[in-house]
Design a protein around this ligand. Sequence first.
Ligand SMILES: Cc1cc2nc3c(=O)[nH]c(=O)nc-3n(C[C@H](O)[C@H](O)[C@H](O)COP(=O)(O)OP(=O)(O)OC[C@H]3O[C@@H](n4cnc5c(N)ncnc54)[C@H](O)[C@@H]3O)c2cc1C
Length: 291
Amino acid sequence: VGRVREMLQTFDLVRPQNLDQALAAVAGGEATLLAGGTDLLVRIKRRRLAPKMVVDLSGLEELREITEDGDTVVLGTLATHAQLIDNELATRCLPLLVQGCATVGSSQIRNRGTLGGNIMNASPAADSIPPLVALGARVVLRSLAGCRELPLESFITGPGKSQLRPDEILTAVVAPKMQAGEKCRYRKLGQRTTLAISIASVAVKFDFDRRTRTCRQPSVAFGAVAPVVRRISALEGLLAATTLDEVGIREIAARAREFCSPISDIRASAEYRREMCASLLFEVLDELTQV
Ligand SMILES: Cc1cc2nc3c(=O)[nH]c(=O)nc-3n(C[C@H](O)[C@H](O)[C@H](O)COP(=O)(O)OP(=O)(O)OC[C@H]3O[C@@H](n4cnc5c(N)ncnc54)[C@H](O)[C@@H]3O)c2cc1C
């Protein structure tokens, strides 16, 4: 009992039942938001965080919805990884994101962990971020003062850092639908096959012409090999200009090392990460261009 008491900290808990109440609760800029809690509660228990007030978003049903809006899909921030994997619209129009969500943690983590929480962790290794960046997704941020929309790619500014203001809530992610026939792959390397944080990851999508073995409108993002996930436009240019036979794919994968700036940490050395990024890209391109 003593140990459990030691692990718990005291904070005010606010449980809004709709978005207006939630926005009012965060308006003072003092609140810490709670979604699935798979990251936040671990940080509180380990005393890395001592919030004064926690605003629990889980009662906001309107933020769980996944809907269509023209040529985009609007993903409510409280959509869980499991919900996204099972969702017909997401599976059909955003298969790259669904592949990323399917690699997150274990089924328990996928059942509780939300897309918004994954983004707001702003970890370079977060598995939804490379797919969303490769898709060109935007984030929707709301406060009592109004609503703004930013590209996800510039919203995250460093590990654990974003442009979210203390009075704002991330309410949705807007992702352009993939075109019919576009190919995509998210591939991650971890220390194990499940419950593993990415050592390196690669998200790729393009339209492939089997006859000429060339691709149009390629989009590439790497995870866990730089402080923030960004599209690699130089590599995309190379992809668009190269015949994707075995020689071409090998050349491009080898060049991937140039576009990484990884760190060494408890999971892997920087050099290993660079090598693995090249290997993952080779595997993905090889698979996507099989006739
Ligand atoms: C055992 C384990 C394994 C894991 N494996 C993986 C993995 O393989 N891949 C991976 O990417 N992640 C992994 N994670 C991390 C985590 O589970 C995911 O990032 C998850 O999606 C976080 O979502 P959540 O709803 O639980 O976030 P929470 O813990 O509720 O919140 C996370 C952060 O986001 C903020 N936040 C949440 N929602 C909002 C919002 N709407 N607006 C503004 N701020 C918000 C919170 O204040 C907090 O700072 C793992 C975690 C654990 C414990």
